[in-house]
Ligand binder design. Structure first.
Ligand SMILES: [Fe+2]
Length: 384
């Protein structure tokens, strides 16, 4: 069986990656639209990039309207700035939200119309040059051909897909992650764990994604707990930025599975940050599906050292899932109720969430076949 493997054209990573990327970035065009959020501006992360562009005599405009998880309205606001400022290339500085927004702005800048028109369609055509500079270690959006945008009328987190959404350049410089607070570090780090573990246990897993996924899982178990309690630890931040990149490339090519499929509806309806809703679901989802992929989950248990060759696959797989539960607990991931979601409200929304989860296509990548009844059972298990 042949496989296809897609990644950014150029990746700069490690300490000093931004400086190394400067000539390449400056060669992308004459006026950049920098897509970001107000926190990135305040922290000085945006000025690191704008200073670099000034030195290279490249113009820029800053759109800092990504004030939460991206919506169709933010995309439209960004497109207006792109047009009025006559930009010709895109740079995102921030977590997954600015990067996903940048991709969607690229789509509507070229094609016109609303980003909502693309739900359920493959994105094609040529987008403006895109550079992603992540400031969290988690979403992997710098290395994926996906963007997730909320249709604010329909309350659906749309998973949009297409090769043109892959950034041309990824600049993964751990300096930008040093200021991420513990809650963001935990949520984004556990998102990366889901990317890697789902990619490894996906029906679409392939040799090259396996290598990256296992490597990412090992780094996350070793370094996420350190980053969570000791945010200034440069070595741990470096390892987590690498893990998130590996996990992003892995799931871009092997897809995510049940957790991400079920997580997006929780995010859309209850406004839970992506990494938190994933982590809320992680133990219940994996506990429900691991028997059909015990060898794969067992590999991960052995890779992180909680199981050995003496353990049967089924036991090693269970040990991995228990280790995931412990990691989520140590990162203080809330239950839906602790997050403030009413039990009755959640139960009422299970049919819609189930429908939206299945419609995204992600649950079908799980090695266990999942019916609507299965998805509903898992949603109920998350509440108990
Ligand atoms: Fe994710």
């Amino acid at each position: 069986m042949s496989c296809q493997f897609i990644m950014p054209k150029q990746i700069f990573y490690g300490e000093g990656a931004l400086e190394q990327a400067a000539p390449t970035l400056a060669g992308c065009g004459s006026r950049a639209l920098i897509v970001t959020d107000p926190v990135m501006v305040k922290l000085g992360n945006v000025s690191s990039v704008t200073e670099m562009l000034k030195k290279a005599d490249v113009g820029f405009a800053v759109f800092e309207g990504v004030t939460g998880e991206p919506t169709d309205k933010m995309v439209e606001a960004g497109r207006k700035v792109w047009e009025s400022e006559k930009c010709d290339f895109l740079v995102a500085v921030g977590g997954g939200s600015p990067i996903d927004t940048m991709k969607a702005i690229g789509v509507v800048a070229v094609n016109g119309g609303s980003i909502n028109d693309w739900y359920g369609k493959e994105i094609t055509g040529e987008l403006p040059p895109m550079t992603a500079i992540p400031t969290t270690s988690g979403t992997g959006s710098e290395a994926t051909q996906f963007t997730i945008i909320t249709n604010s009328e329909a309350d659906i987190k749309m998973l949009l897909k297409g090769k043109p959404l892959m950034p041309d350049i990824a600049v993964v410089d751990p300096r930008f992650t040093m200021t991420a607070p513990p809650a963001i570090t935990a949520a984004t780090g556990l998102d990366a764990l889901c990317h890697a573990a789902e990619a490894y246990t996906s029906r679409k897993a392939q040799h090259m994604t396996d290598t990256l996924a296992v490597s990412a899982v090992k780094r996350i178990f070793q370094y996420l707990p350190i980053c969570y309690v000791e945010g200034e630890n440069a070595q741990a931040r470096m390892q987590m930025s690498l893990a998130a990149l590996e996990a992003g490339i892995a799931f871009n090519n092997a897809s995510v599975t049940v957790i991400h499929g079920m997580s997006r509806p929780i995010g859309a309806l209850f406004h839970v940050p992506h990494g938190v809703s994933n982590a809320m679901l992680l133990p219940a989802c994996f506990a429900y599906v691991y028997r059909e992929a015990a060898d794969r989950f067992a590999d991960l248990g052995r890779a992180i050292g909680v199981a050995g060759s003496e353990d049967a696959d089924i036991d090693a797989a269970e040990k991995f899932i228990h280790a995931c539960e412990r990691l989520c607990r140590s990162c203080h991931i809330p239950t839906p109720e602790e997050y403030g979601i009413g039990k009755v409200d959640f139960l009422e929304k299970i049919p819609k969430m189930t429908q939206d989860a299945l419609a995204s296509g992600s649950p079908a990548n799980t090695r266990k076949e999942l019916s609507a009844e299965d998805i509903e059972t898992i949603y109920r298990a998350v509440l108990s």
